[in-house]
Design a protein around this ligand. Structure first.
Ligand SMILES: [Fe+2]
Length: 469
């Protein structure tokens, strides 16, 4: 390999079960528990090279920390897409950048009947005591958190007028908040909430034309749900026309107007309190949002301005020595509830992604966000801590190491928002292995690391928030 990131985009087939990892330094004694991460694991199906980062077949990684030891398990999700890929060496359903194998008529039938992929590579969702690997799809694939074995399926759209649910959700006091998308006669996004053991309740339905915005996540404040209407999305008429010819979601992805917007919904009544226009944007992930006062909502997120934020993430580009990548910046939007446009302020110039916080502060005024930042190449090269009101940035990095999303874990009886550690799964590209990193969240100094015997790629999406530490 001529660069330190390309191996992160190569298939890693080895599955390990409960292997104890060698620890350098030390993990805090109070840190005991498990987290499960989801992300790309296999980049080809039979002789077909999967085209896009989001196409790769999902692999779960579980890290268990306790009594000074770190144990590791990894396993592919046995989705139908995975089984067909392994047994029949074909692409079962259209993936974002790779068409399904089969005739044009078959592809058309699949898109007309809403037969979506079930490869769940976005995250892990805990619902009613069970864990599911999820993506932007109808299906949650149930997994055993102990063994990572695939144990069942659940229709996450049951009780909703929708074709898919998004991979990112929020949890607040045991209630799950989510977004569902309907690609039927009208394209619509529905905000829903789901109390433990209950069917979902639809809160608000936001309707769009045949070119709905791409929405990947949303934000929650004390009284409001904030849904981003990005200025990029898929033209479904174009998608339908091109599907028989092998066209994909990415081929139909592009600008849908010259402005974006934020929809602010009342969490109790579902009423749309405000629709606030903004400069064009594409947002995957939010750091946080909160009500500054009765008139203004603050929304912090990583913002892109170019459709290449989606279309540029091809595997061939990402593997190359000189990749062309979109730049996302950490941005603060101020949304005036009484009307007017969103005011925008850049907090951190990117490239950066995967903003995280101490989730105990979700929806509330907060001080610190954590980011994966990139100096060069396709993968992050450092972890940054941002004091968002200043804003000031502290950074940790090591040559050749590519950290993924930093997961904040609060120390027991913490008296400060940033008292705790950051955990990150990192690719050690120089040594062809991976490590579990543990940084002090206050100082960003390394506390310890545990080396995994094989490499796997930093995840492209959020780790499960089901961590129990
Ligand atoms: Fe994501």
């Amino acid at each position: 390999m001529s660069n330190t990131w390309a191996s992160g985009f190569q298939t890693q087939r080895e599955e390990l079960t409960d292997v104890e990892l060698a620890v350098e330094g030390s993990f805090p004694e109070w840190l005991t528990g498990t987290f499960i991460s989801n992300g790309p694991g296999q980049f080809e199906v039979g002789d077909t090279q999967l085209e896009h980062w989001f196409d790769a077949l999902a692999m779960l990684k579980r890290v268990r920390i306790g009594e000074g030891t770190v144990r590791y398990t990894n396993r592919f999700v046995r989705s139908d897409d995975f089984r067909v890929a392994r047994d029949e060496r074909r692409v079962r359903r259209a993936l974002p950048g790779t068409p399904a194998d089969g005739s044009g008529l078959r592809r058309l039938y699949q898109s007309l009947t809403g037969e979506f992929q079930d490869n769940p590579s976005i995250g892990v969702l805990k619902l009613d005591g069970d864990a599911y690997a999820v993506t932007e799809s109808r299906c949650g694939i149930e997994i055993d958190p102990e063994t990572l074995q695939t144990t069942g399926r659940r229709d996450l759209t049951a009780g909703l007028e929708a074709d898919i649910t998004l991979g990112h959700t929020h949890a607040d006091g045991g209630t799950q908040w989510g977004l569902a998308a309907d690609f039927g006669r009208t394209c619509a996004y529905t905000v829903f909430r789901r109390a433990p053991g209950e069917p979902p309740t639809e809160l608000t339905r936001l309707a769009f034309d045949h070119r709905p915005p791409y929405v990947h996540a949303f934000a929650l404040t004390e009284h409001y749900v904030v849904v981003p209407e990005s200025s990029f999305g898929v033209d479904f008429r174009a998608l339908l026309a091109r599907t028989p010819l092998g066209g994909t979601f990415l081929d139909a992805f592009g600008p849908r107007g010259d402005s974006g917007a934020f929809h602010v919904l009342d969490r109790s009544t579902g009423e749309r309190v405000a629709e606030i226009e903004a400069e064009p944007f594409l947002v995957y992930h939010f750091a946080n949002a909160y009500e500054r006062d009765a008139e203004t909502i603050v929304v912090d997120c990583v913002k892109f301005t170019d459709e290449a934020a989606m279309t540029g993430l091809t595997v061939s580009n990402l593997r190359s020595d000189d990749p062309t990548l979109p730049r996302g910046d950490l941005v603060r939007f101020r949304l005036p509830l009484q009307g007017g446009r969103a005011r925008e302020e850049q907090l951190v110039e990117g490239p950066c992604e995967f903003p995280t916080i101490n989730y105990g502060y979700n929806g509330r005024r907060y001080e610190y966000a954590y980011l994966a930042v990139t100096d060069r190449g396709s993968l992050p090269t450092g972890i940054a801590k941002v004091a968002v009101d200043e804003p000031t940035v502290r950074e940790w990095s090591e040559p050749g190491l590519h950290p993924g999303e930093a997961i904040f874990v609060s120390a027991p009886s913490a008296s400060a928002e940033d008292e705790g550690v950051l955990l990150s799964l990192a690719l050690d590209g120089a040594n062809d292995r991976s490590v579990v990193l543990c940084l002090d969240a206050t100082t960003l100094e390394e506390r310890g690391r545990a080396a995994r015997p094989h490499r796997d790629e930093p995840r492209i999406d959020r780790v499960s928030r089901t961590i129990t530490v």
